[in-house]
Design a protein around this ligand. Structure first.
Ligand code: SIN
Length: 545
């Protein structure tokens, strides 16, 4: 088996999380396609590895149903989910979980051997399968990495995907750089961007260092349509501790009965509301009390260490005992609900380019993702990309969220509005000297702090404008130098600029986007804000979703 046989690739997967790796395995093992995987770290390094709670899927019987899962997802999404995409998610999800089990992923089971189901915020019932208590992502990643290493013909680790290569209006590969900065083109018939999210936009995040929005930035530079990027989900219960990424105290703890308290010890919010509502309530309470954290009281939970061994050991490392101590927590950037606009098969507005997982905007999350729907989305839509490629599909269809920009014949696009960013993302500097690491690190920190202060849980017009000025400075630093640190900074700045533009334009509060100067939800904004790509025709008033 060779791991660098790039000749004649059918599918090049960029990224190594659940969406990319599950697609790679399916393409290679179920369809015999020649698959390559390219990732800027090791294969094992991805945000998936950090995912705790689990995978929401209707695997138990009555009283749960896919209709209930659908209803919960739509309610969390605050009016912006694409209902067809959500139906696909909830109906195909259980099958994809079974595929993972077949592949060797071991989910937690009860004494009778039945899958254990947990409850999380926004779910009307317990339907979250998990592994190792709250180490679900690590187990999924483990199983997928083993399968990919045996089935992909090319695996490029520690290679940075810089840009899409486009010939005659079609994506034919990516330009990538190795650690020395040397670049080359990896060509393939189809490219799947599964490069994850952008939590590193913020100073306080649960995401690993590599979550720098590279895939979304590549799309923005290539003029591929991107949508819903103003919706960043903040997880309410990240441990308030200098460690970065912030250790997550899984929502499953609240599902098992852990309580939220303010610094006076008072309960102030229903722990099982969707995340956007809990994070907002916490942020407001922290501002009122002029404090920087709240408490998670898990002292009433039985068998904490047995149920949540990884969380227990993270707490132990910082000297906290959940049976005795209240745990300091504060919201942290956790998940980008929007991304590269796709149809129901993961096709983007650029033929030959597909997107799945956190990098994509499939329409399943709307304005706020339901807990534990993200691993599910990755596996469902990654698989759909492969099936579409196998059927010979080549271009996006007017289905799912793609209907924001593509019309069915004789109709017009629905639920989309074009937004033009004041900043065209500049080209990455290639071949320039590598920058002084300290300069880049400082510019990244400044960008992150500005984003947290001005574009975090609460925003307004003035805070967004102040943040944009800092992002412009970061562009100047990033684009005069080469190397992975500079490219990551340029990508962060490109995504930040898109986010700020959309957040500015959306003069309402909805889901994870809270404008202090526009507190109400507005029917005028029951629409997806789309950057880049060709919107045909550009609706001046919002369409219905
Ligand atoms: C959690 O365990 O709270 C995080 C899971 C998710 O992001 O859905």
């Amino acid at each position: 088996m060779t791991y660098d046989d790039d000749a004649d690739l059918d599918l090049l997967v960029v990224g190594s999380g659940v969406a990319g790796l599950s697609a790679a395995v399916r393409a290679a093992e179920a369809h015999g396609l020649r698959v390559g995987v390219l990732t800027k770290g090791d294969l094992e390094q991805s945000t998936t590895r950090w995912a705790q709670g689990g995978v929401a899927a209707v695997l138990g019987g009555d009283p749960d149903s896919t209709d209930l899962h659908l209803a919960d997802t739509l309610a969390a999404g605050a009016g912006l989910c694409d209902i067809d995409a959500v139906r696909v998610l909830v109906e195909e999800g259980p099958g994809r979980v079974r595929d993972l089990i077949t592949l060797g992923a071991a989910f937690d089971r009860d004494e009778q051997g039945r899958l254990e189901l947990a409850r999380e915020g926004g779910h009307s019932l317990a339907r979250v399968v998990h592994a190792g208590g709250a180490a679900t992502g690590a187990e999924i990643e483990r199983a997928l990495v083993v399968a990919v290493r045996r089935s992909a013909v090319a695996i490029h680790e520690n290679e940075f995907a810089l840009d899409l290569v486009i010939e005659h209006g079609r994506c034919v590969g990516v330009r990538a750089a190795d650690a020395t900065g040397a670049t080359r083109v990896v060509r393939a018939r189809h490219v799947l961007l599964a490069a994850g999210g952008a939590g590193q936009l913020f100073a306080v995040t649960t995401n690993p260092l590599e979550a720098t929005g590279d895939g979304v930035a590549m799309a923005l530079r290539a003029g591929v349509a991107v949508a819903d990027v103003e919706f960043v989900q903040f997880h309410p219960t990240a441990l308030h501790h200098p460690q970065m990424p912030r250790p997550l105290l899984s929502e499953a703890l609240r599902g098992h009965g852990a309580l939220l308290r303010d610094t006076n010890g008072e309960q102030f919010v229903d722990e099982l509301l969707p995340r956007d509502q809990v994070s907002r309530a916490m942020t407001r309470r922290m501002l009122e009390l002029d404090v920087d954290h709240c408490w998670l009281d898990a002292t009433g939970l039985d068998h904490f260490v047995e149920r949540f061994p990884t969380i227990a050991s993270a707490l132990d490392e910082v000297g906290l005992d959940p049976s005795r101590d209240w745990l300091p927590i504060a919201p942290a950037a956790h998940y980008l609900c929007g991304g590269i606009l796709t149809d129901l098969d993961g096709a983007t507005t650029l033929p030959g380019l597909w997107a799945a997982g956190e990098v994509a905007c499939s329409g399943v999350h709307g304005a706020n993702r339901l807990a534990s729907n993200s691993l599910l989305e990755g596996m469902v839509f990654g698989a759909r990309v492969v099936e579409a490629v196998e059927r010979g599909v080549d271009t996006a269809q007017p289905t799912g969220a793609m209907r924001s920009v593509l019309a069915v014949e004789g109709g017009s696009p629905i639920g989309g509005r074009a937004v033009v960013s004041p900043m065209t993302p500049p080209a990455l500097a290639i071949g320039a000297p590598f920058a002084a690491v300290d300069d880049i690190a400082l510019a990244r920190q400044q960008l992150q702090r500005a984003m947290t202060a001005g574009a975090g849980v609460l925003r307004d017009s003035a805070s967004l404008s102040r943040t944009a000025a800092v992002v412009d400075l970061a562009v100047g630093v990033a684009c005069s130098s080469s190397g992975a640190a500079a490219w990551e900074l340029a990508n962060l700045a490109a995504v930040a600029s898109a986010l700020l533009t959309a957040a500015h334009e959306r003069t309402e509060s909805r889901g994870a986007h809270t404008r202090e100067d526009f507190a109400a939800k507005s029917p005028e904004f029951a629409t997806r804000l789309v950057l880049g790509g060709e919107v045909r025709p550009t609706p001046t008033t919002a369409g219905r979703l």
